[in-house]
Design a protein around this ligand. Structure first.
Ligand SMILES: Nc1ncnc2c1ncn2[C@@H]1O[C@H](COP(=O)(O)OP(=O)(O)OP(=O)(O)O)[C@@H](O)[C@H]1O
Ligand SMILES: C[C@H](N)[C@H](N)CCCCCC(=O)O
Ligand SMILES: [Mg+2]
Length: 223
């Protein structure tokens, strides 16, 4: 039985995708549900031996799954890792490497087929950040044919960024399960106010994770 898969997309980069994905992973596990979380493509990743690796998306997602950090676990979570904190296509060029969308999609499909329960797939950067020289995260998501959870911040401007991503998903017939607003530091408006504004236009349920908060039960219930 293939996994129920969900792609976590961002209205932008460094917006809270990993924070929300890790929180959602912990909540699903607490509910006794089988869940696996992957970040297939990552940039800005130090080498495994670097002390900073513990702050990487891969390390944080493995920790949320209760998986010990070792080379095998890292490879199975994030097979394409690049060190430059840039768009993955640019980071790959700096290492003399390249990536084809067919390989990325093929890997994800194989993981969906072999995973029991729920498979959470964190994207990279924002929804339309390049993932290869010619493809964006939207191309990746459309090729997978799985629903999305969109992560927004609550900074000034976040409403338009989130609704622009929602509209893009709608125009491309990508099912949007929910929007999760992850509170941004120093935002001028309460995150709940930003979430309510997004909810008026998003056409999907909107949830809010204040700073340091865990994943709401009813968000996990939707997945
Ligand atoms: N609700 C929150 N409470 C506390 N910290 C948060 C929250 N949302 C985001 N952060 C923190 O903000 C920083 C950026 O968040 P995160 O790494 O999840 O972004 P991202 O969208 O996954 O970034 P990337 O595009 O690099 O994958 C991290 O240090 C994260 O722990
Ligand atoms: C380094 C950063 N945290 C992400 N891993 C990659 C962000 C790529 C953004 C590309 C873009 O949309 O401008
Ligand atoms: Mg992340």
């Amino acid at each position: 039985m293939p996994a129920r898969a969900l792609f976590i997309a961002g209205a932008g980069t460094e917006i809270g995708k990993t924070y929300v994905t890790a929180a959602l992973t912990r909540r699903l596990r607490a509910q006794g549900r089988a869940v696996r979380t992957v970040k297939p493509l990552a940039s800005g990743v130090p080498s495994l031996g670097d002390p900073g690796f513990i702050e990487s998306d891969t390390a944080r997602l493995l920790d949320a799954q209760g998986i010990a950090l070792d080379a095998e676990a890292v490879e199975s979570c994030s097979p394409w890792r690049f060190s430059a904190p840039l768009s993955p296509d640019q980071a790959a060029v700096l290492e003399g490497r390249s990536l084809d969308l067919t390989d990325l999609v093929g890997w994800c499909r194989a993981e969906i087929a072999r995973t029991e329960g729920t498979l959470l797939i964190e994207g990279v950067g924002g929804l339309m950040s390049p993932v290869t020289a010619v493809a964006t995260g939207l191309d990746w998501l459309r090729a997978l044919g799985v629903p999305a959870l969109l992560v927004s911040g609550s900074y000034l401007g976040a409403i338009s960024h989130a609704l622009t991503a929602c509209e893009t998903l709608r125009l491309h017939d990508v099912p949007l399960r929910a929007v999760a607003v992850s509170e941004s530091p120093g935002a001028p408006a309460p995150a709940a106010t930003v979430a309510a504004a997004i909810a008026r236009h998003a056409g999907a349920p909107v949830f809010c994770l204040r700073r340091g908060e865990t994943c709401p039960e009813d968000l996990a219930g939707l997945i």
